[in-house]
Every structure is written in C-alpha cells, then in structure tokens.
Design a protein around this ligand. Structure first.
Ligand SMILES: Nc1ncnc2c1ncn2[C@@H]1O[C@H](COP(=O)(O)OP(=O)(O)O)[C@@H](O)[C@H]1O
Ligand SMILES: [Mg+2]
Length: 542
C-alpha cells in the first residue's frame, strides 16, 4: 500500500474511532441524565452478565486440592458480588429480581445467600414535582391539592419501586399515598428483555434449565408494578380474613380508596402500628410480641392452606402490629403491601395440604405420589425443603462421613444433575411452590429473629389439615390419631428447646437459641453431608 493510501485508511479509521467514541460518550452522558437510564443500565447488565459467564466457564474446574476448593469459593464470592452489585446499581426492578433469587436458598452457593442478605431495597425519594406530575397524569390533570387537605412532602418510606407519603383527604381521613417511581414503567420492557437474553445464553452455555423461570419473573414484575392489581389483592385478602372466624378480629388490611387509585398511585387508610419484629417498641406499647407472631404465622398459614391466595413478601416491614379491637383480642396484626400475591390452583392447594399431612404421618408412599405428580424425582430432598428441616423418612442419611474437597466439588457437579432431575418435568412442577417457599422462608426468618417464640411448623400442619377439610375429604380417625401424636412430639421438642434455652439464659446468661435456629443448623449439616451444599443459616434473618 502506498504511503498516502495508508494515511487515508488510518485517518478514516481514526475518524471512525473518534466518531464512535464521541457518539457513545454523548449517548451515555445523555442517558445518565434521563430518569430511566435505559442505555447505561443495559450496558451494565450485559457487560457483567458476560463477565460472569466467562469467569465460570474458565474457572470452575475439578481439581484435587484444598487450594482449588478455595478458588471455587472465591469464584462464587466474586460473581455473587458482581451480580448483586449490578442489581443494586441498576435499582428498580432489578432489586425485585435479586430478592427472588435470594430466597432460593436450597440451590444457591453460600456466597450468593450471604450477598443477597445485604441487598439494599431502599432508593432516594423522587422530588415532590415528580409526585405531582404522576398524580396529574393519572387523574386527568388533577393536582394533589385538589384531593388532599394536607400532604407530607417528605415520604415515610422510599424503596426501589415506590415511595409512601402520609396525607389527609379533604373529608379528614388520614391516608397512605403510595406513588410509583416514574422511571419504572419506562425501564420494565428493557429489563425484561435483558433478563430473557441472559437466561437464554446461560441455559445454552451451562446446560441448566433456566428459561422456564423467565415467564415467572416477568409475571411477577408486571404484577408488582400495577397498583390496581395491588388494590384488588388487598380487597381479596381482606375478604378471606372475613371468611375465617378464628382470624377475623385478629387481622386487618387497610381500606383502599378506589377513587384515588390508578396503576401508579395507591391511596389507602393510614394505620399507626409497630413492625412485627420490633420487640422493644412492641413491649413499650403493651403489645404482646409472642401473640403477634402467632397471629402472623396463622395468617400466612391460612392463606397457604385455606384461601390459596398467598402474600409473596411477608417481611416485617409489611407486617405491623397494633392494639386489638376488644379484650378477647388485645393484639391485631395489620398486613400491608399486597403487590405480589399468587392464587394457587384448587388442585394444588388440596395436594399441598395432603403433602403436609403425609409429612406428619411419615406416609412415604403418599409423599412420593404427590412428588411424582409434580415432576419431582427426589422426594426426600423436597420434603426437607418443604419442612425446612431434615426429612429422611425411614432411610438413614450417611451421617458422620468426612468430606474432602474433591468430594465437595463432585457433589457440586452432582448438584447440577440433581437440579436438572429435580425439575425433570418442568411442565408439571407447580409454579406456586416458588412463591410458597419464599413466603415460608420469610415467615421463618421473622420467627427466628424473635428467637422462635412460636411453634411454626405445628401451626402450619394444623392449617394444612383444616385445608383438607375445606375440600370434601377429611382425616379418618386413625390418621387423625397418628397426626395428633406427631404434633404432640413436635410440641414436646419445641417446649424442651424453650425450657433448655430459658435455663441456659437463667443460669449462664448465654445467648438464646430458638427451635428455628436449631432446625437451621441441622438442615445446614444435612445439606452439606448429602449434597455438598453449604447453607448459611443466617442468610434470611429478618
Ligand atoms: N397504610 C399504611 N399505613 C401506615 N404506613 C404505611 C401504610 N402503607 C405503607 N406504609 C409504610 O410505608 C412502607 C412501604 O410501604 P409498602 O406498601 O410496603 O411499599 P413497598 O412496596 O415499597 O415496600 C411500609 O413499610 C410502612 O412503613
Ligand atoms: Mg413493603
């Protein structure tokens, strides 16, 4: 090539490079200043998504040394940080996805569980002008001052999707106004496309069944960003409470003001109440924390086994406690945040009740039947996950076996096979279970945070039996007897743990350990021995 031609080509290439750099930088700078930051967020997702794949593809290898084991742990830690840092920086719907991933304790490496625990669902509040704008857009140009006599411009809470303001209507009612952040609707379709793309790529390169979760994630995110759905959920939950005589005065759902509710604005009755796990404030306000926890556990158990309409996010910020309506009910639990609910199919609800009953009857045949129906090929593991305690039926676990690092690696590989066979027939696997395990994990963490004052598993089992009788079937007298016996032994172990704990505290002033702690620890050991999976028992502490 002649000298001039070369110069021409180089100068063209240089111009192209310069042009591209300027265009990208300006697009990026412009995008960073927009509300939705669509470009920057997607670039961040793709960059980190690819980095994660490359890291695993090259660094997850079988080797026979302690050092190699350590390297694998570091790899998990590195990628967990990468994934969750990206979720946090992108914010919005990513936080919701992070929360979904974080509750899948049974299949995640410990580093992910630890990092998920630190996932930060709090975001700076948007300025009041944005609140005014959204309100006007959704209510035919009406300014908030036309509806509210007072409106506190500083929100009481601000999270990834919405912020809540306290206000007073013109008729004097005090209300909570939940306003969706303006960027959320703009980001949603992009975010969903990005997840779909990454999961498709991962499915291919790692040979794991992942894309089946896309529809589930999508459905879940769309529900949470439509406040009209939230308003309907709240009403439906309230209706179910009215249908349960034993819970009627014990539970409350704030009334929704339909006339001031849209897809992005939700106005409901304000309640002054204390968070479920805020022991000190509860005690100061003369509200019995144990009774409150019991009502909360009953509330969600009744949803799972009786109404089949289940709250997806029962963490303490959404479960408040206040004074009850009468002497018989001195404490009342208030359920907030009805953005995410699932409706179980009637078939599933019944089968799930029967499964719980079977777990208490040690009816292995029935457990295996239900699991088969659901496409689950590993009933023991499934039973353990359901009860969140080791379940082995009659077979003994290979306990006491020392595991070296090579076994550990092989178990992790084997785990992949287990996940694959666990979900062998994905079409049969009830999607309800994903939400139910999430609900139960959070309720368990609430109970644990208060040092397990409540025998959660027994309460659940009782509601399961009540759930069976809601349909046509009920227990025969023999089954009922065996069931009561198991409940009795469960209660006995619950009270023994409490007695031992109280004695220890009294005699030695040692740290309290509730039943949930002990179940967690045992579960952790068993999961490690059986599957080489390490669970951090504190991963879901509230
Ligand atoms: N009706 C209400 N009465 C009093 N406080 C409320 C009410 N609704 C929401 N809040 C407060 O706002 C917070 C966030 O509301 P929530 O509906 O849970 O929104 P998010 O979906 O952002 O978590 C709650 O934890 C609670 O402190
Ligand atoms: Mg909430």
């Amino acid at each position: 090539m002649s000298f001039f031609l070369k110069r021409l080509v180089y100068s063209k290439a240089a111009k192209f490079a310069l042009g591209t750099t300027i265009t990208c930088t300006s697009a990026y700078a412009y995008d960073s200043n927009t509300e939705a930051q669509v470009l920057s967020r997607n670039v961040r997702t793709l960059y980190n998504g690819i980095a994660l794949a490359v890291d695993y593809k090259f660094n997850f290898k079988p080797q026979k040394s302690e050092e190699a084991g350590l390297q694998i742990e570091q790899l998990h830690e590195r990628t967990a940080n990468r994934v969750f840092d990206t979720f946090e920086r992108n914010g919005g719907l990513y936080i919701k996805v992070g929360q979904v991933i974080g509750t899948q304790a049974a299949i995640l490496p410990i580093a992910y569980q630890k990092r998920a625990r630190r996932l930060f669902d709090s975001a700076p509040a948007v300025p009041f002008e944005s609140v005014e704008r959204i309100f006007k857009e959704d209510f035919d140009g009406k300014h908030p001052s036309e509806v509210f006599a007072e409106f506190d411009e500083t929100p009481v809470a601000s999270a990834s999707i919405a912020q809540v303001h306290k206000a007073r209507l013109k008729n004097g009612d005090v209300v909570a106004v939940k306003i969706q952040k303006p960027a959320i609707q703009k980001q949603m379709n992009w975010d969903l496309r990005a997840f779909r793309l990454l999961l498709n790529v991962y499915e291919r390169i790692f040979d794991l069944p992942l894309t089946w979760s896309c529809n589930y994630i999508e459905e879940h995110l769309r529900m949470e960003t439509d406040f009209e759905i939230e308003a309907n959920n709240a009403k439906k939950a309230w209706k179910h409470i009215q249908e349960e005589p034993s819970l009627k005065d014990k539970l409350y759902v704030p009334k929704v003001y339909d006339e001031y509710t849209s897809k992005r604005v939700l106005v409901c009755e304000w309640v002054d109440a204390v968070q479920l796990t805020d022991k000190d404030t509860l005690q100061k306000s003369n509200l019995d924390p144990v009774e409150a926890m019991k009502i909360a556990v009953e509330a969600f158990a009744s949803q799972i086994f009786r109404s089949g309409f289940v709250h997806g996010d029962p963490h303490p910020g959404n479960v408040l406690v206040r004074k009850g309506p009468n002497k018989k009910n001195p404490v009342q639990v208030v359920l907030l945040d009805h953005g995410l609910y699932i409706q179980e199919s009637e078939k599933f609800r019944k089968e799930y009740c029967l499964l719980w009953e079977a777990l208490f009857m040690l009816d292995l045949e029935k457990i295996a039947d239900i699991c088969k129906e659901w496409g689950i090929t590993d009933p023991n593991m499934f039973a353990s996950i359901t009860l969140q305690r080791p379940f082995t039926g009659k077979k003994a676990l290979h306990t006491g076996v020392k595991i070296d690092i090579q076994d550990m690696y092989e178990m992790q590989l084997h785990m992949k096979e287990r996940i694959k066979t666990f979900l062998k027939d994905q079409a049969l696997f009830p999607r309800e279970l994903i939400f139910i395990s999430r609900n139960m994990n959070i309720v368990r963490a609430n109970n644990k945070a208060m040092n397990s004052p409540v025998n959660r598993i027994n309460i659940m089992a009782r509601w399961a039996v009540r759930g069976i009788s809601r349909g046509e079937g009920s227990l025969s007298s023999w089954r009922s007897f065996v069931f009561e016996c198991t409940l009795f032994f469960m209660s006995l172990s619950f009270w023994l743990v409490r007695l031992k704990d109280a004695t220890n505290r009294y005699l030695f002033g040692s740290k309290a350990r509730g039943l949930e702690d002990i179940l967690d620890e045992t579960m952790k050991e068993k999961m490690y021995e059986q599957f080489g999976v390490r669970i951090d028992p504190s991963a879901f502490d509230a």
